[in-house]
Write a protein that binds this ligand. Structure first.
Ligand SMILES: *Cc1c(COP(=O)(O)O)cnc(C)c1O
Length: 422
């Protein structure tokens, strides 16, 4: 059974202080998980996790991860600015972008970030924009085809817009070497939200073999292999969570099998995990405010898809706990809906839950990554607050909720809305 990281007593108190809906984060869980990741890869001297900022761009949370040695994986101007603002710079930033505007390369270089090129055409674009290439550069690889674990197709790299082909990455390394680059990295992200301990070791094997080949073919001094994101979390109660220790050991095994014999066992392993770092340690707290009995049974809550887009966008499952009714029989079948004028604004469809009464607090699980951050303003809806549940049980507001003032802010250079009162 999936249990929320807050108790009914706690959530009652917290919702007295902060109006629903809001995202709540679990400091204790975040810290324990970050420490485990470091332990799993402690065998690799240069190991570094670059937290994927897009997953949860909150400076308070990133500062917690920072205590465990994490840097930032950025892919846009504002993500770079956020990292800069919290004092993360230099090689503690990985700039893994695609379809990148030149100004963003310039900003990344200004911060001393490692630039991870998505395409071979960017070698010359970056050289021109910066007046020369940085000493350290990385390239993103896309092997094409489908990515399989045993006979299961995990994802479809051949269909993905990211990365360079095998020929292109070799060519890019040669070009960069000629242009003075001294240290090289290889990056690939081939499958998302993998709930299996085999993904990273398989990906690592492919990238380690590539590293050995590219060193031979181009003479490039390869300093790191970036396994990127993709380690998943068990959104469904019947899923077995990943075992990060087993994943670390699996990568270590192929490291010794492939890199060590080639004399390349000083290569650093980098990761860019987002979901795995924070996903389970956030939840969306919302209240039942309407019930409707038509052809189906509907419970309307005060959150909607702008607070959590994954169910509407991907049909993603998010577990729901009706707080205080954990032991009640799950004998009611509901659609749990938000208020958008979109019929896909449903957090759950035909979900068996305990009887829900108006005012009940619902906890929607696993929203700590790709939750708040995918928010938007459709229907004039406002983004919610983010609250941190501290280790000592106290709470801290780590982002206030938007107000109409924020929603109308982009009209501030016109007088057409000057009479709006908010
Ligand atoms: C989204 C993304 C990540 C993080 O992915 P998760 O699924 O959250 O682990 C890492 N690297 C890049 C380049 C990404 O685009």
């Amino acid at each position: 059974m999936k249990k929320p990281f807050v108790t009914y007593q706690q959530i009652k108190k917290i919702t007295e202080e902060y109006p629903t809906p809001f995202h709540l984060y679990d400091e204790k869980g975040i810290r324990e998980n970050a420490a485990r990741l470091q332990e799993a890869f402690a065998w690799n001297k240069g190991f570094k996790e670059y937290f994927a900022v897009k997953a949860t761009p909150n400076p308070f949370l990133i500062k917690i991860l920072r205590e465990y040695g994490c840097g930032c994986d950025c892919s846009s101007m504002t993500e770079l600015m956020l990292s800069e603002a919290i004092g993360i710079k230099g090689h503690d930033i990985m700039f893994s972008s695609n379809d990148t505007p030149v100004e963003e390369f310039q900003k990344a270089a200004e911060l001393g970030a490692i630039i991870n090129l998505d395409d071979i055409t960017h070698v010359e674009i970056v050289e021109k924009a910066l007046g020369g290439l940085p000493r350290t550069m990385s390239c993103r690889y896309n092997p094409g085809g489908v990515f399989k674990i045993s006979n299961d197709i995990m994802d479809n790299p051949g269909d993905a817009k990211y990365g360079m082909t095998r020929e292109q990455i070799a060519q890019a390394f040669r070009m960069m070497k000629e242009k003075g680059v001294e240290e090289f990295g290889i990056h690939a992200f081939l499958a998302s939200n993998t709930v299996t301990n085999e993904y990273y070791p398989l990906l690592a094997k492919e990238l380690f073999e590539l590293a050995v080949e590219l060193k031979e073919e181009t003479g490039a001094d390869i300093r790191f292999v970036n396994l990127s994101g993709g380690i998943g979390i068990p959104y469904r109660p019947d899923q077995e969570p990943n075992d990060i220790m087993a994943i670390g050991r699996g990568v270590q095994k192929v490291y010794q099998e492939v890199l060590a014999p080639a004399g390349m066992d000083d290569i650093a392993i980098y990761t860019e995990l987002g979901r795995y770092m924070l996903g389970p340690y956030g939840c969306l707290v919302t209240k039942a405010i309407n019930e409707k009995h038509t052809y189906k049974e509907y419970i309307g809550v005060d959150a909607c898809a702008v607070n959590l887009m994954r169910p509407a966008m991907y049909g993603a499952y998010h577990h729901i706990t009706v707080m205080g009714k954990e032991d009640w029989p799950e004998d009611h079948k509901y659609d749990i809906t938000g208020s958008l004028c979109e019929n896909n604004d449903k957090f759950a469809i035909d979900r068996m839950l305990p009887k829900i009464d108006m005012g009940d607090i619902l906890v929607i699980h696993d929203t700590g990554a790709h939750g708040f951050s995918m928010g938007y303003n459709y229907n004039g809806k406002l983004r919610s607050a983010e609250v941190l549940l501290r280790e000592d049980g106290s709470t801290q507001l780590i982002r206030r909720a938007e107000t109409p003032r924020d929603y109308f802010a982009t009209f501030d250079c016109f007088d057409i809305l000057k009479d709006i009162k908010y």
